[in-house]
Design a binder for this molecule. Structure first.
Ligand SMILES: C[S@@+](CC[C@H](N)C(=O)[O-])C[C@H]1O[C@@H](n2cnc3c(N)ncnc32)[C@H](O)[C@@H]1O
Length: 246
């Protein structure tokens, strides 16, 4: 069971840079659900997309898989034969807990996709024979300078007709819109029970770690990487998701 996220409640804690360590792992499902508007809809929607685009005998990559919410939803949804899910995360604590969750859950459907959980960097991963690739709130943590190379590597390892789902916190070109969307997101977090102090502390901790790009920048980068079409299918305040077709 996920504990309640109270990491930034205690006034004595340093607002140090955000790290995906054991402390975060323990509260992660509660944290992401109460911080990312629409997360509870995005995950099952990605499973629906995977069901449509998974090709027999191919791989599905879940990049920055954390505790495997996306991998597990896809494993339940995809019916094509011979599909393997490859979940990659560079946080040892996340990977260890995800492996425990798979064991606790028991065997996945006999004929459904197998999940391989890899502790590794998505920048060093080899992408091969992929029909579906998911970056669900992960690209925002990768250095801006290497985002285009990563997307290019992913695209090179994809089958024609495959898709990449990219979900991100986004920023806005207009300062006026940026301020409004931030305020609306903060209203969402307040409504989820976070105090103003917790919101401010988490924002400070994430500032150096989570670097959002604009929607235009994401679409431009996806098209430059070799995807033929890229469309936003979801947005709630400053969180959005795009499907790019290889
Ligand atoms: C916000 S979480 C992703 C949430 C998850 N995809 C979900 O839908 O529940 C970001 C994850 O990306 C991982 N991550 C960040 N940079 C990474 C990298 N370079 N390689 C692999 N994983 C990375 C973090 O450890 C963290 O677990």
């Amino acid at each position: 069971m996920s504990q309640k996220d109270q990491i930034y409640r205690d006034g004595s804690l340093q607002a140090d840079d955000f790290v995906f360590n054991d402390r975060v792992v323990r509260v992660f499902p509660d944290m992401i659900r109460r911080s990312v508007p629409g997360y509870g809809l995005i995950v099952p929607s990605i499973a629906l997309l995977a069901r449509r685009y998974a090709q027999p005998g191919t791989r599905i990559y879940d990049l920055g898989s954390s505790l495997g919410a996306v991998s597990l939803a896809i494993a339940d949804a995809v019916e094509e034969p011979g599909v393997e899910i490859v979940a990659v995360d560079n946080s040892p604590d996340m990977v260890a807990r995800f492996r425990e969750i798979i064991t606790e859950r028991g065997t996945l459907a006999e004929d459904g996709p197998r999940i391989q959980v890899i502790e590794g960097d998505v920048l060093d991963t080899r992408y091969e024979n992929a029909s579906v690739v998911v970056l669900n709130f992960t690209l925002q943590f990768i250095d801006r300078e290497v985002r285009a190379d990563l997307l290019q590597n992913i695209a090179n390892g994809m089958r024609p007709g495959g898709i990449l789902v990219l979900s991100e916190k986004i920023r806005f070109e207009s300062e006026a819109e940026q301020q409004l969307q931030n305020a609306w997101h903060h209203d969402f977090k307040r409504a989820q029970g976070y105090s103003d102090l917790e919101i401010a502390r988490k924002r400070d901790a994430l500032e150096q770690t989570l670097r959002p790009d604009s929607m235009d920048k994401h679409i431009e980068r996806l098209l430059a990487a070799g995807f033929s079409q890229a469309y936003r299918w979801f947005q709630c305040f400053n969180f959005a998701s795009v499907v790019a077709v290889r």
